[in-house]
Every structure is written in structure tokens, then in C-alpha cells.
Design a protein around this ligand. Structure first.
Ligand code: TRP
Length: 329
């Protein structure tokens, strides 16, 4: 059985794109592997969140993943900052990470552009902390999106470098988790491109029915009238794509046919789509609220996760210290 590690950003709520992309794959993944899912709340300090916001975000993200079906009995679900062992490995790995290679990292160069007033050392060494997250459980696989591929490559390099420096075969070089068929991409409501948090074009699992209706009714469709035989424009096709994952196949067919015969009324289509999204997300939204209200349950999940994660992490740290030469007298 492979060990899989995945870090979850502690900022931002889950939207439909996350749900049908990452989350549904996590649900499958957790049954077939020894999974460690954690909330990367050390990483989030690079943007200096307020203490109340930091805590609220961690709680919200945790509740949302649990509501989606991430199972803390099957996987190890924990909060990064509950496992201080990772900071020790981070320090140790920093000694063999070179400033030059860190400065050349794409994500770092992007941050320099985006937050020129806050280019802190945590940003520079972000990939080292991420590598520590992964190799502290001696993981074989990491599910990563395109934007994290370079970080995973650096993790492999740091693991290899440690092994070479000390002449050991201790850390596996983790590979990207292969989801088999391509990840489902959910488009946004703004006419083109993927659904994203920062794009402001998304529907969040925590959105109320009212908010969902408002967002869907405002979704971009066609500008001009459609000509017979014409394929749906990109914005309209995007609505069909979302419909395909939340609606009944008959509903999709009904509107496809209406489109083909130029009888479609986008207002009707959007009304239907909004109701189907609401129907799909309602149980998840209710479950999120339930979990958020259940302090006892959340506390139990978090402490059980921390215990399991620390067991695995401290075993690694013990061996790493021995390899490096920190030995008992
Ligand atoms: N950098 C990842 C992101 O922004 C989050 C992350 C932190 C992570 N540590 C990780 C992902 C370890 C996978 C493994 O999405």
C-alpha cells in the first residue's frame, strides 16, 4: 500500500470545481492508500493572517473536507501545526537547500511580483517546508495540480540530496499521484476558464440556495441570437458542463435539444441549473453546518489525527537524527 500525503490550503472554501476535481479523487484515494491529509496552516502564515481568521479558516476547511466524505477513520486527517516534528525536518532540510534554487522557484518569483512588500524568508523556503510535509511520512505519492509540480520536483531533489549526502536509501522520491483518467475540469460562470476561488466565478459548497440562484442567474451566456445548426458558444457549453455533473441526464438532453432547435431560453436553463446545484450541494452544506456546530467531534478528529501523524513523523525524525549524527551519549 502506498503512502500518500496531501496538503490542503487553509485559505478558501471549497467550490464545485474543487469538489469534482480534487475531492472526489481524494475519496477514492483514501480507500486504496495510507493517506495523510493535512491542513497546511504553517504555510498560510506567509500572508500574515489575523489569529481569529487563521483559526476560523482552519476550522471551515476541515469541516468542509469532512462533510464531503474524507474519513478520519480511514485516512489520517490532521492539522500541520499540531505536528511540530515537521518544523525540525524543515530546519534540517534547509541546511541542504540552496538559496539560488529557491530564488528560481516559479511560485517564489510570482509572490515577489504579487506581494513586493512582504517577501519573507518563509516564502523563499516554502518548498522546503512542503518537502518536509511529504517526506516526514516517507510518502510515495502526492496528488498535485499543475501549479504544484515544481514543488514536487524539488521535494524529490531534497529527498535524493539527503540520501546522497549521508549515503543512505532512507527517503523515497515521491511521485505525482496518478488519477488514471483525466481530472474533471469544472468551468466558471463567467464565460471562459476554470472555476476558481480568486476568479470570483465559482459556486461554493457553503453557499446558500439564495446565493446560488443569484450567481447562476448572472452567469454569462450568449451575446447574440444563435443561428440554426450552430454549436453552443463557450459560455453556454460551460453551463452544459456544470449541468452534466449535477442534473439528471434527461434534463441535460431536454436543454440540448432545445438548443439544437434554437428554442432554448437561457433564463429557463439557468433556473433549472440553479435548482439542481442547490439539490446537489444542500446535503453537503447541511453537513458542514452540523460539523461546525459539533465542537466535540471536531476536537476528537483533530486530536486523533495529530496523534497518528505524530507517531509517523516522530519515527522518521528519530531515524533522521541518527543518520545525521545526533546520537545519545
Ligand atoms: N503547496 C500546496 C498548495 O498550495 C499545499 C501543500 C503544502 C502541500 N504542503 C503540501 C500539498 C504537501 C501536497 C503535499 O496547494
Amino acid at each position: 500500500m502506498d503512502t500518500v500525503v496531501s496538503g490542503i490550503r487553509s485559505t478558501g472554501n471549497l467550490h464545485l470545481g474543487n469538489y469534482f476535481g480534487a475531492v472526489t479523487n481524494f475519496l477514492k484515494m483514501q480507500n486504496e492508500n495510507n493517506c495523510f491529509f493535512f491542513i497546511a496552516d504553517y504555510h498560510s502564515l506567509t500572508t500574515h493572517p489575523k489569529p481569529d481568521d487563521l483559526h476560523a479558516n482552519i476550522k471551515q476547511v476541515l469541516a468542509e473536507y469532512l462533510a464531503c466524505g474524507i474519513d478520519p477513520e480511514t485516512a489520517t486527517v490532521f492539522i500541520q501545526s499540531d505536528v511540530p516534528e515537521v518544523t525540525e525536518l524543515y530546519l534540517l532540510l534547509n541546511m541542504n537547500a540552496y538559496v539560488g534554487e529557491l530564488e528560481r522557484t516559479t511560485s517564489f518569483k510570482e509572490k515577489i511580483r504579487k506581494q513586493p512588500d512582504n517577501i519573507n524568508a518563509g516564502l523563499l523556503t516554502y518548498p522546503v517546508l512542503m518537502a518536509a510535509d511529504i517526506i516526514i511520512h516517507r510518502a510515495h505519492k502526492v496528488p498535485v495540480g499543475k501549479d504544484q509540480e515544481q514543488h514536487l520536483e524539488m521535494t524529490r531533489r531534497f529527498a535524493r540530496r539527503f540520501n546522497t549526502l549521508y549515503g543512505v536509501d532512507f527517503f523515497p522520491e515521491p511521485d505525482a499521484y496518478n488519477f488514471g483518467k483525466k481530472l474533471l475540469k469544472i468551468p466558471g460562470l463567467d464565460g471562459s476558464g476554470k472555476m476558481g476561488k480568486s476568479e470570483g466565478n465559482g459556486i461554493f459548497l457553503a453557499d446558500t440556495a439564495q446565493v446560488i440562484r443569484k450567481k447562476v442567474m448572472k452567469a454569462v451566456t450568449d451575446t447574440g441570437p444563435q443561428k440554426p445548426g450552430e454549436k453552443p458558444s463557450e459560455p453556454v457549453e460551460n453551463l452544459f458542463t456544470i449541468m452534466k455533473v449535477v442534473s439528471d441526464p434527461c434534463t441535460v438532453k431536454y436543454f440540448r435539444d432545445k438548443h439544437a432547435t434554437c428554442e432554448i431560453r437561457y433564463g429557463d436553463m439557468k433556473k433549472q441549473l440553479a435548482e439542481d446545484i442547490i439539490k446537489f450541494t444542500e446535503p453537503i452544506r447541511e453537513r458542514i453546518a452540523e460539523i461546525l456546530a459539533d465542537k466535540k467531534y471536531l476536537a476528537a478528529v483533530v486530536s486523533q489525527g495529530a496523534e497518528k501523524a505524530r507517531q509517523s513523523a516522530s519515527r522518521t525524525i528519530r531515524e533522521v537524527r541518527e543518520i545525521i549524527g545526533y546520537r545519545p551519549f
